[in-house]
Design a protein around this ligand. Structure first.
Ligand SMILES: [Zn+2]
Length: 128
């Protein structure tokens, strides 16, 4: 992930260094829930577990175990992110992934909360 031409894993069609890269390296903060959502999906793809923990809101961080996040990140092959809708604090998305050679879609409506001018993932409602 070191060259300008590498596409961002969040499926924005932008170069990683012009998209989620600066967020992952703490050079910038996502300015909207959608940008935060995209950067978190990209973090799953890239196994940036600390970023996923750090961008979960303090209110709910203890509900998500780091080991579980790491396993979910590493045991799946992440194929594609599709943003269905985004509002001022919610993002509905579908994350396409492969597990044990089978295809799955993780469909979630996530809630984000701002704290000290930064967006955080609060929780999610899952669809089956
Ligand atoms: Zn991105």
């Amino acid at each position: 992930m070191s060259t300008v031409s590498v596409n961002c894993p969040c499926c924005s069609n932008l170069a990683y260094i012009n998209c989620c890269g600066p967020f992952h390296t703490n050079k910038a903060n996502p300015a909207s829930p959608e940008a935060m959502m995209r950067s978190r999906y990209a973090a799953y793809v890239l196994h940036l577990i600390d970023y996923l923990v750090a961008t979960t809101h303090a209110e709910t961080r203890n509900l998500y175990r780091k080991n579980d996040i790491e396993n979910w990140s590493k045991q799946n092959l992440w194929l594609k992110l599709e943003i269905i809708s985004a509002t001022k604090d919610k993002v509905e998305f579908k994350a396409y992934y492969q597990h044990d050679s089978k295809n799955f879609i993780h469909h979630e409506n996530s809630t984000f909360k701002m704290e000290n001018k930064r967006w955080y993932y609060l929780n999610g409602e899952y669809f089956n």
